[in-house]
Structure formats: structure tokens, C-alpha cells
Design a protein around this ligand. Structure first.
Ligand code: NAP
Length: 205
């Protein structure tokens, strides 16, 4: 029997909307860590965003599918959209282990600002046993990851890794603001996503 483990990236995010920065980051992690594939998982009800306005999950899911379609290593999973209740990452990773088997290594890729809050995530100790965290750091991000890594001791040093991502100068917040102000989002999001946003009238108010 082969001991070679399959490596899967989990690109978790709200993706409101998905943009070029997310795609470049996922591809960079895929190559750097030799991942077999990257699963994009739009969150349905992020636990830390219960009081903020998030675009309906179906729009975010469709845009993510359109944006990733041309990369043969990228897939989109509706797992969090189909699961009722809040979108806890521990539930998602446990479901993926059941699906792919425990011979798989998982790499959870997300923004460094989100990783900064890891100590508050549900069952975080167990989650760190189950997957690596790749923290994509935006230029100018003053995220104190050292503190978080130290907080988890040896496990933190082994499981949480940084990836500088200049492309993350782009942000979903900035894109929503541009649309609201009638400014161009061309080349910041894939063409299909731009057309979808304009056709569906997303982010106008
Ligand atoms: P967020 O607070 O919207 O984003 C934090 C920062 O990270 C933003 O600057 C965001 O930029 C960036 N970012 C988000 N996803 C990214 C990705 N995949 N790659 C690179 N940058 C990314 O965070 P979020 O999107 O809601 O949450 C991130 C992930 O963590 C989700 O999968 C969420 O379910 C999970 N999470 C889980 C728990 C929990 O289990 N308790 C708690 C919090 C978050 P953009 O706005 O440009 O994307």
C-alpha cells in the first residue's frame, strides 16, 4: 500500500464577491504545497458575521463556480451552503475527512485577518490536529500572527503558516464599494463575475 498522502486545499471564505486575489492565492498555495486540488467553499452563515449584510449564498456560490471553472485543479463545494445553521470550519473539515478518508492532508487557506481570530473558533484545538492553516497576508496587513502561533505552542508552529500575497491588495470590500459608486471592476474580478454582478444588480446599495 502506498504511503503517499493526497493533499487537498480548502479555500474557505465568504467570497462576496470572489476576485483575482483569491484565485492567485489559491494557485500559489497549490503549487507551493504540491496540492492535488483546491476546494473553494463559500461559507453560508459565517459565525462572526451574524449581524452584517452578506449577499445570499446562491449568488456567491455561482460566482465562485464561474471564476474557478477554467482551472482543472479548482473545484467548488456547496457543503456549507447545504448544511443548516452556522458555518463552523470544524464541521466542514470533519465532513471532508469522512468523504476523502484519513489518508488525506488538508490545508485550510484563508486571509491572515481571519487566522488572527483562530483562538475563538469552535474546537480549534481539534481543528489544528486535522489540518494545516495557510494564512494569506495582504500588503500592509498588521496582523499579529506571531501571537496566535505562540498561543498554540508547538502545534501552532507546525500547523499555522504564512504566505505573503501581494495580489491581496484587492479586497471584496473595495469591489463592493466600487460597484456602489459606479466605478469599474474590470480585471479585478474575472469577466464572467463582472457580468454576473452587473446583470443581477449586486452591491448597488
Ligand atoms: P473575512 O472576515 O470576510 O475575511 C478576513 C480577511 O481575509 C479579509 O481581508 C478577506 O479578504 C480575507 N480572506 C477571506 N477568505 C480568504 C481566502 N480564502 N484567501 C485569501 N484571503 C481571504 O473572513 P471570512 O471570509 O468570513 O472567513 C474566512 C474563512 O474562515 C471562512 O471559511 C469561514 O467560514 C472561516 N471561519 C470559521 C470560523 C469558525 O469556524 N468559528 C470563524 C471565522 C471564520 P476578502 O474580503 O477580499 O475576501
Amino acid at each position: 500500500m502506498s504511503d503517499v498522502k493526497r493533499k487537498i486545499g480548502i479555500m474557505g471564505g465568504t467570497f462576496d464577491p470572489i476576485h483575482i486575489g483569491h484565485l492567485v492565492t489559491a494557485e500559489a498555495v497549490r503549487i507551493e504545497y504540491g496540492l492535488d486540488k483546491v476546494l473553494f467553499i463559500p461559507s453560508a452563515n459565517p459565525p462572526h458575521k451574524q449581524h452584517s449584510q452578506v449577499t445570499p449564498a446562491i449568488h456567491r456560490y455561482i460566482m465562485t463556480v464561474m471564476a474557478t471553472y477554467s482551472n482543472s485543479h479548482f473545484y467548488v463545494s456547496p457543503i456549507e451552503i447545504e448544511r443548516p445553521g452556522l458555518s463552523y470550519t470544524i464541521d466542514t473539515v470533519l465532513a471532508l475527512i469522512e468523504q476523502y478518508g484519513d489518508k488525506t492532508e488538508f490545508y485550510f487557506i484563508t486571509g491572515a485577518d481571519a487566522v488572527q481570530d483562530l483562538p475563538t473558533w469552535r474546537n480549534i484545538d481539534h481543528l489544528l490536529d486535522l489540518c494545516y492553516f495557510i494564512a494569506a497576508t495582504r500588503p500592509g496587513c498588521i496582523c499579529s500572527l506571531d501571537h496566535v502561533i505562540k498561543n498554540f505552542g508547538m502545534k501552532g508552529r507546525q500547523r499555522i503558516q504564512r504566505l505573503p500575497t501581494p495580489e491581496l491588495e484587492i479586497s471584496s470590500t473595495d469591489i463592493r464599494e466600487r460597484v456602489r459608486q459606479g466605478r469599474s471592476i474590470k480585471y479585478i474580478v474575472p469577466e464572467s463575475v463582472e457580468s454576473y454582478i452587473l446583470k443581477e444588480g449586486l452591491y448597488i446599495r
